[in-house]
Design a binder for this molecule. Structure first.
Ligand code: ADP
Length: 441
């Protein structure tokens, strides 16, 4: 980026310098031309005012201009265009001058002017002609360098100046780029520093966005680390138990009638492990699905009823009454995920309930929008814990969750599924009274 800005700045500077040099050359050249013409007209008028040519007789061989003008050619032309005198060539050898525009104009209007390129490519000849009182024309001419020649002659100096300016520009642009980018570099270095304010007002939104993305990345990394640590810990507990029980059995350290308990413990812990692994796989699948969940047109009430049999059995085992009611409501969703959602919510309502408790699962059609309500009159959740129960592995009562086979991941999965369906999750709970969880699609 630095070298790009640098080279662009230098490029702009070089263009500007070359354009300026060209413009200055052209302006000076036109001033120079103007000056040459002015000088020429003065010379012509001065010569006219001397009345030297009017008084000269027709024998022009007598004419001797006291000074030999190297730079000034003087011609005297008769009314018919014949050259009577020329200080540069013998007049007789010269052709009739009536066809020269400046001579022609002088006869017509009193004065005439023109510029012609000389044979020597690099020079232009400037002519100025005046009509004398006796009807003849006096013409003066001088040669001056053409624009090309002027440019060529100043080129070495100009090139040197341009090179020096370019060198200065390169150094300055290097400095400027460094200065310009330093705040951005500082900003990148200060991503972790929440007190750091962007040096330019225009950079503030960019800096804010970078910082919040940086924080997101950091917190995602931390969440992943925590999750891995938690998973290892959660897996270790049942495995340690299984291994311990198996060892006791293997070493014949358990009396015949006590063995059944250990077999049961091994089975329970294995089931816990399986449930955990299932939930972890589910969660990681949901993580991968973000943004590309396969959705289909389905009826939410129908989907809920598909889970009812298994839930009823579960509730029966815990002496909890579960009922399903509602109305058909169409929505777009992922059937398997929605079933997982219903099962997790209803499972919790059964698990964290009292003997003889009640659970109702309701599906509503509110203005064409589907709504799922899972209500129980169980133990409830204290207000202080309500925010945290959707975190992975968070449990209000660890021993109860573990005793009932909970993994601490159920509500994290629920939250994920709700997000993938762009739905809203509401929790209303009071300890001792029960819990109502509403999902509005
Ligand atoms: P778990 O596998 O432990 O049930 P969840 O993520 O499903 O994990 O729930 C997290 C915690 O939230 C549970 O351990 C429990 O303490 C609390 N909880 C969830 N649902 C309910 C409910 N319906 N009533 C009371 N507490 C609940």
């Amino acid at each position: 980026m630095k070298s790009k800005i640098n080279s662009r700045l230098v490029g702009i500077a070089v263009l500007a310098i070359i354009a300026t040099a060209m413009a200055i050359t052209i302006i000076y050249y036109s001033l120079f031309q103007k000056q040459v013409r002015a000088d020429l007209s003065i010379s012509a008028k001065l010569l006219k005012d001397t009345h030297f040519f009017e008084s000269a007789n027709s024998d022009t061989d007598d004419i001797r201009l006291s000074t030999h003008f190297e730079e000034l050619r003087v011609s005297w032309i008769a009314a018919d265009g014949t050259v009577l005198y020329d200080n540069d060539a013998s007049a007789e050898t010269l052709a009739n001058h009536m066809d020269r525009p400046e001579v022609h104009d002088a006869f017509e209007n009193g004065i005439g002017e023109s510029v012609r390129r000389s044979d020597t490519m690099n020079k232009n000849t400037y002519y100025y002609a005046v009509l004398l009182d006796n009807g003849t024309v006096l013409r003066v001419a001088t040669q001056a360098q053409s624009l090309w020649a002027v440019t060529k002659s100043v080129f070495p100096v100009m090139a040197l100046i341009i090179l020096v300016i370019i060198a200065i520009c390169v150094a300055l642009s290097h400095l400027l780029t460094k200065q310009l980018l330093r705040p951005i570099e500082n900003m990148a270095a200060n991503l972790d520093n929440s007190n750091y304010t962007a040096p330019y007002k225009e950079l503030e939104p960019f800096s804010e966005m970078l910082r919040s993305q940086h924080m997101d990345i950091l917190s995602a990394a931390k969440a992943r680390q925590d999750f891995t640590a938690n998973v290892s810990h959660e897996l270790k507990t049942p495995l340690t138990a299984i291994s311990g029980y198996a060892e006791l059995l293997e070493g014949d350290m358990v009396a015949e009638d006590g063995r059944k308990h250990f077999y049961q413990e091994i089975r329970k812990n294995s089931e816990r492990l399986l449930a955990l692994i299932n939930d972890i796989i589910n969660l990681s699948n949901l993580d991968r699905m973000t943004g590309r969940t396969e959705m289909e047109e389905l009826d939410l009430y129908e989907t809920v009823l598909e889970c009812s049999e298994a839930l009823k059995i579960n509730a029966g085992q815990r002496d909890v009454d579960i009922s399903f009611d509602g109305e058909p409501v169409k929505m777009r969703g992922n059937r398997n995920m929605l079933k997982e959602l219903v099962e997790n919510l209803a499972q919790n309502a059964i698990m964290y309930n009292n003997q003889g408790g009640k659970v109702t699962v309701t599906v509503k059609n509110e203005n064409g929008r589907a709504k799922l309500i899972v209500r129980d009159n169980g133990i409830g959740i204290p207000a202080s814990e309500q925010q945290r129960i959707f975190e992975r592995f968070y449990r209000v009562d660890k021993s109860r969750s573990k005793a009932t086979g909970g993994t601490g991941l159920g509500l994290a999965i629920v939250k994920h599924i709700v997000e993938l369906h762009d739905a809203k999750l509401e929790l209303d709970s009071a300890p001792g009274l029960g819990t109502t969880i509403t999902v509005s699609f």
